[in-house]
Design a protein around this ligand. Structure first.
Ligand code: ATP
Length: 439
């Protein structure tokens, strides 16, 4: 058996649509650029990614979770630097009128869309924040922004969380939520979209301890991706040489997508920039009182881990995608080798035929198993076809109820990856699955 990896993002886009993972937003109206909808299997996969991150972050002694609102006081974005500085350089092609990010194309070459020569305007800054209005009056005083990152919701709640949860440094605050950026050129499926979800954690530390914190969180975060089943040779570190205004050290975890290496997660040492800015702009005292150090008052430093939920989900899908026996003349098989904890469906239950006596056993098995696992019941088509479909959606185990089941009280369990089949007694099936999947 030979196997090949995902070669083109288009193959994943078509599998996602065919099998109910991800659809274009507002597709019947021709779509909306940079926006995508998660279908029935996509939402399961996404929830599993989020759950694993949430667990890894908050099932610890030193991290609390929050869920801040998307709309925040407009001064938040003044203080954070987003109003004045959150922009990308943009150029227009004077011929086809298309827009490009000036740092993503070669301005000396012809327009990548229409091929026109020397057709670009001078680059100008384009702010990526979406704005809207609160209340019935559309004046500038009522203008607010859809948050472009979740981090600021954590910074402005730092003292609320610290005080209410009686926290001492070091401790972290984690949050999962939507963020919005009016990207000039959203592209590559869900890699760069205008609406996306972030999973961010800000770890508040004593000034001067940022190097240790960086080492610790780099290790923890890299391990998280490996624990999701990602292949180590598809992951690498990228160190930022040019630092953002708030950072004194920064790394990215990159994944090798079919479009090349791309950032999946940022790990940034953000100094005390954000807290001190919010004190300056709000006029409120946001200093931390260190009771273990003579009640000294200072702004904690911050070590941030920021991963795109959609982008890491895209990496998970790219990594899981395999075609077996491609172009070999033998039967080809597309299989999503998801880690069982991430697989949208854990177990498929299949009566061999649509016969009452088989369906009764299969339905009873479904009732039992779906107390613990997201299952699918499938009785349509040949068993071979049903297996192929489950392979394409990455279901780790298929359980077939056949006529022997009625006498031996056992089912055939078929393993997604090895395709091996074994007979397992119905009284042992829960234990069997728990042992194989590890939960
Ligand atoms: P990029 O350089 O790709 O624009 P960034 O450096 O601006 O990303 P951050 O602000 O550090 O990204 O955001 C943290 C994470 O959020 C990124 O690592 C990525 O996973 C995710 N992310 C950022 N922008 C988008 C987007 N437009 N679509 C999907 N995910 C995004």
């Amino acid at each position: 058996m030979s196997e090949s990896n995902l070669k083109s993002m288009n193959d994943l886009v078509s599998l996602s649509k065919r099998r109910g993972f991800i659809f274009q937003s507002s597709e019947v109206y021709g779509g909306l650029g940079g926006c995508w909808d998660y279908g029935p299997l996509g939402v399961e996969l996404k929830n599993n990614v989020k759950q694993r991150w949430w667990k890894a972050m908050t099932f610890r002694r030193d991290i609390e979770g929050i869920d801040a609102s998307i709309l925040m006081h407009p001064l938040v974005w003044k203080a954070s630097g987003h109003v004045d500085g959150f922009s990308d350089p943009m150029v227009d092609c004077k011929n086809c009128k298309d827009r490009f990010r000036a740092d993503q194309i070669d301005l000396k070459k012809n327009c990548p869309k229409c091929g026109a020569k020397e057709s670009f305007t001078e680059p100008r800054d384009f702010n990526l924040m979406f704005s809207t209005f609160v209340g019935p009056v559309r004046d500038t005083a009522a203008e607010v922004y859809l948050r472009p990152e979740t981090a600021q919701g954590i910074f402005v709640n730092f003292l609320n969380v610290q005080g209410s949860m009686r926290r001492k440094l070091p401790f972290g605050i984690a949050q999962i939520g939507k963020a919005f950026r009016n990207e000039i050129t959203p592209a590559n499926f869900i890699f760069r979209t205008r609406e996306f979800e972030q999973m961010e954690m800000q770890y508040f530390i004593k000034p001067g301890t940022q190097k240790e914190a960086m080492e610790k969180w780099k290790e923890i975060r890299f391990r998280w991706h490996l624990d999701n089943g990602m292949r180590a040779d598809k992951l690498r570190w990228h160190k930022h040489e040019k630092l953002a205004h708030y950072a004194d050290e920064a790394y990215d975890i990159e994944y090798e997508f079919p479009i090349g290496w791309g950032e999946m997660e940022g790990i940034h040492s953000r100094t005390d920039f954000d807290l001190s800015q919010h004190q300056k702009f709000s006029g409120k005292n946001l200093l931390y009182t260190d009771q273990e150090d003579g009640n000294k008052k200072y702004f904690p430093f911050v070590l941030e881990t920021s991963v795109g939920c959609d982008r890491s989900l895209l990496a998970v899908m790219c990594d899981a995608y395999r075609i077996e026996n491609e172009g070999k003349g033998e039967e080809e098989r597309t299989v999503m080798r998801f880690h069982p904890a991430l697989a949208p469906i854990k177990v498929a239950i299949m009566p061999l035929m649509k016969k009452d006596e088989l369906q009764n056993v299969a339905e009873k098995l479904l009732d039992d198993l779906q107390k613990n696992y997201r299952c699918e019941y499938d009785e349509a088509g040949s068993i071979g076809k049903r297996y192929r479909r489950q392979d394409e959606i990455g279901t780790p185990f298929c359980l077939t109820v056949d006529f022997d089941t009625l006498t031996d009280n056992a089912v055939t369990v078929r393993d997604r990856d090895s395709m091996k089949q074994e007979r397992v007694s119905l009284t042992k099936i829960q234990e069997y699955l728990r042992e194989k999947m590890g939960f």
